[in-house]
Design a protein around this ligand. Sequence first.
Ligand SMILES: NC(=O)c1ccc[n+]([C@@H]2O[C@H](COP(=O)([O-])OP(=O)(O)OC[C@H]3O[C@@H](n4cnc5c(N)ncnc54)[C@H](OP(=O)(O)O)[C@@H]3O)[C@@H](O)[C@H]2O)c1
Length: 429
Amino acid sequence: MKKVKVGLLGLGNIGIGTYKILTQNTEKITGLSNSQIDIEKILVSDIHKKREIAVPKELLTTDAYEIINSPEIDVVVELIGGIDKAYEYIKAALLNGKHVATANKAVIATHGMELMNIAKQNRVLLLFEASVAGGIPIITAMMKPLCGNEFREIIGIVNGTTNYILTQMSENHMEYEVALKQAQEKGFAEADPSSDVEGEDAAYKLCILMLIAFGVYVDPKDIPREGITKISKEDIDFASNFGYKLKLLAGAKNSSGRLKYYVYPTLVAESHPLASVNNEFNALFIKGDAVGELMFYGRGAGSMPTGSAVVGDIVSIAKCIGTDLLNITPAQPYPITDETLELTGESKSMYYINFLVGDEPGALGKVSTAFGNHGISIQSVLQRSKGSNEVPVIYILHETKRKQLDDALADITNNNYVKEITSILRVLS
Ligand SMILES: NC(=O)c1ccc[n+]([C@@H]2O[C@H](COP(=O)([O-])OP(=O)(O)OC[C@H]3O[C@@H](n4cnc5c(N)ncnc54)[C@H](OP(=O)(O)O)[C@@H]3O)[C@@H](O)[C@H]2O)c1
C-alpha cells in the first residue's frame, strides 16, 4: 500500500481536530485513499504545553523547516494561522515539492494567487477547503460537481461569530455588547473580535469564493464592507416588523458580465432560506445556470468540523500522489479571467432607513416627497410612537443607487425634515 507522510504545522483547535480524525477514522481513510497516511511531525510553538490530546513527544518540533525540508514528508498541512509565517512556510513547502493543505483564509485571500502559481509550476496541489465555512465543502462542490455551471450569484453567511451575535440580538433581544460578551464566553468569539465583527474575516472568505466561482481575484481590501458594531436591537426589532431578519452577508453577483460584491449587514426576508440560519451556523446560497438554486448549511468553524474539511483535502492529495492525476488536476482552481468581468463592487440595492422625525404634521410627507424628487420609490413605511416629541420612522426603499440615496438624504437633512438618520441598512432583493 502507498505510504503518505504528513507534516502538521500547528496543533491548536484545528490541528487537534485534524489529528483526531486521522487517528480515529484511520480504517475508513486508508480504504478510501488506498494509502497509509501517517503524521510524521507536528510544529508547535511550545513543546511543553499541556494539550487536550496525548501526542507522542517525539512527533513535536518547534522548527518548521524540520518538516518543510524533510525528504520523508509528502504533504504539509498549515494550521498555524496568521499571514506572514504561514505564507513563508507554505511557499517554502511548495517550492520544495510538497503538497499543501491549509485552513488559512487570510493567507489564501492575501497571497493565494502567487501560491497557486508556485504550486502549478512545481506540479503539486495547494488545497484550502477549510478556509471558507469550515466544515461545509463549498470549494470542492464548486470546483468538482458544480464545475459545469456558470455561477450567477453566491450569498453567504460565512462568519459564525457575527451570526451568533445577530441571532441573540434578534431572538433574545440582547444589546450588541451583551451578545458579544456571551459569544466570547461560549468560545464563538475571540478575545479580540475585530476581524469578525468588522467584516474582515467575511471579506477574506468572499475573496476566495469569488476566485473559485468567477475566476477573478479581488483584493479583500477592495471589497466594500461594513461590520455589525453599529447595529442596534431597535433596528433588528423594526426589521422583524417588516418580516426581515438581519444577517451579515458576503455576496457576489454576476449580472451580464458585471460582478457586484459586498460584505454588509443586510435585511433578509423571513421567507428566504438564509433567514433561518441561526447562531454559529454558516450557509451558502448559490445560483448556477444549470443547477439552479442550492443551499449549503453547516458548522463554519470548530475543531472537528474544520478538521473534517482539512482531512478531506489530505485524502484528496493522497489519492493523487503517485498517479497521473497530478498531471491533469489543476493546482489553480480556475483560469483567472478578469477581462471578461467588470468588477463594480456594490451598485444598486434596496435600503432600510431609520429616521428620527419631529412629531409634527407633514414631516412624513416631506420625507416621502424628497425621495420621490430623487427618483427613489418607497416600498413601505412604518411609524412608531415612542410617547415623545421625536418618533422613529422606518422606510423600506426599492432598489436605488447609493449616490441617489445619499443625495436624497442630504436634501432631507439639509431641510430639517428629520432630527437624525439613525441607521441605513441594505435589504436583500
Ligand atoms: N478555529 C476555527 O474554528 C477555525 C475555523 C476555520 C479555519 N480556521 C483557521 O485554521 C487555522 C488555525 O486556527 P486555530 O484556531 O487552530 O489556531 P490556534 O488554536 O491558535 O492554533 C495555532 C497552532 O499553531 C501553533 N503556532 C502558531 N504560530 C506558530 C509559530 N510561529 N511557530 C510554531 N507554531 C506555531 C500553536 O502552537 P502552540 O500550541 O504551541 O501554541 C498552535 O498549536 C487559522 O488559519 C484559522 O483561521 C480556524
